[in-house]
Design a protein around this ligand. Sequence first.
Ligand code: BG6
Length: 467
Amino acid sequence: ALQDSTTFVLFGATGDLSRRKLLPGLFHLFDTHLLADLRVIGTSLEDLTRDEFVAWAKDAVTEFGKHPTDTKVWNAFAKRLYYVPGSAGPAALRNVVTEAEQDMAPPIQRLHYLSVPPKAALDVIQTLEAADLVKDSRVIMEKPFGTDLASAVKLNGAVHAVFDEEQVYRIDHFLGKEAALNILAFRFANGLFEPIWHRNFIDHVQIDVPEVLGLEGRAAFYEGTGSYRDMVVTHLFQVLAFTAMEPPTSLDPASITEEKNKVFRSMLPIEPTDVVRGQYQGYRDEKGVSLESETETFVALKCRIDNWRWAGVPFYLRTGKKLAEGQRIISIAFKEPPKSMFPAGSGVGQQGPDHLTFDLADEARVSLSFYGKHPGPGFRLDKVSMQFAVQDTDWAGAVLEAYERLIYDAVRGDHTLFTTADGIERLWEISQPLLDNPPPVRPYAPGSWGPNQIHQLVAPNAWRLPF
Ligand code: BG6
C-alpha cells in the first residue's frame, strides 16, 4: 500500500507533545500495522545520541502509550528510530534522512512534524529548505499559528515561500477526536437532527473545556500565549465550525474547508465586552511567570454567527486551567416547548432545556437528555438520557487517539481534518478587537469554575457544567 513507506522527521522530538502524544502515537500506528514501514528521525535542541533518544522514546511510550509495550514489537520500532541534534545543521539532517530511507520501497511519504514554538517554526522551515527536504515532503504544523493577525500572515507567507499550501497540514487535534467527528456523523448521516439544527429550535450552544491541569511546566510558552490563543482561537473555534457549518457538498477537503470558512466569515468580531478573562490565584507565583502578569489562564466568551441559520443564537465558549473539573463538551440547548400541559411542580423545565451533548473526552460519548416520566402514579418528570458511548461498543478497540488519526490522514495525503491559512487568518481577524483591547484579568480560586462574571455573561441562560 501507498502508506507503507513513511519517513517522519520530528522537530521538537524531546518536547512535551512528542513525549505524551507523538511518539506513543507513532508506536501505536506501527504496532497496529497502520504505518508498518516507518522511520522516525528525531531532532531537537538537545544533544542526544541515537541510543539516548531510543531510551527516551521508550520511556515516553511506556508511560503514555495505550498498550503495554511488547519487547519484540518495541525492538522492531526502536530499529526505526534515528536522532540528529539540531546543532548538527541541515547537511547532517539530510544525511540521516537519506540513511533512514535507503532500504525503503518507493514511493516514500515524507512528513516533517513541527512540534516547536511559533518562533522556531520559521527556522525549521529554513532548515528544511537548506537540507533540500522540501520536494516530495509534507509538513505538519502545530498551533498556535501566529499570535495575532499580522504574525499569522507573516508566518503563512514564510511557509508559502518554501512549501505549497498542498504540502502543509496544520494540525488541530480537537478535530481528530472521535466525538468531534461524530458531530459530522450525527448531523449529516441522519435525517433526524439536521431539520432542527438552527435558530428556530436551538436556543444556544456551549463549548465548554475546563481543565484541572495547571501549567505542567509550560510557563515559558503559556505566559506569552494565554488561554484565548492556546485554546479558543484554535480548538474551540474549530469544533464550533463543525457544529455550525452548512451541509458540505461532500466529505472532500475543499468542501469541508469551504463550509468551515463560511462560518468563520459569518462570525462577528469578538467584542471585549463579551469576554471574561481570568487568572487563577497563585499564577503569578509560578516559576517563569512575571509578578505583574496579565496573561489569562481562563477565558469565557459569547460569540455570534451572523447568518440565516444562527442569527440570535449565542455560542458560549469557556476554557481555563486549574478549574473544578476536566471536561470537553459541546452542548446544544434546545428551545423549550411552547406550552406545557404538565402542572407546576411536575418537574418539567426545572432541570433546564433538552440537550444534545458531544463529549470530547478520550472516552467519547454523545448523549441526548430530555424529560421522561417517573414510574408510578401521577406525572412526575425528570431529566433522562440516551447515549452512545464509544467505549461501551464493540468498536472500542478501533479507537485512534486524535493525533494518531490525524498523522495517519496526513500520511495518506488527506487534508479534510486540517485547517487552512485563510481560515486561520480570519479567526485572528475576528479576534483582533479583543487582542487590542483585552478586558482586565479577574482572579479566580483554583478548583472553581472561573471568575463570578461568567454567570452574567450567559444570563438568562446558565452554564451546563457542572452536570
Ligand atoms: C493543547 C493546549 O493544545 O490542548 C493545552 O496547548 C491543553 O494547554 C490541551 O491542555 C488540551 O488537549 P486535550 O486533548 O487534553 O483536551
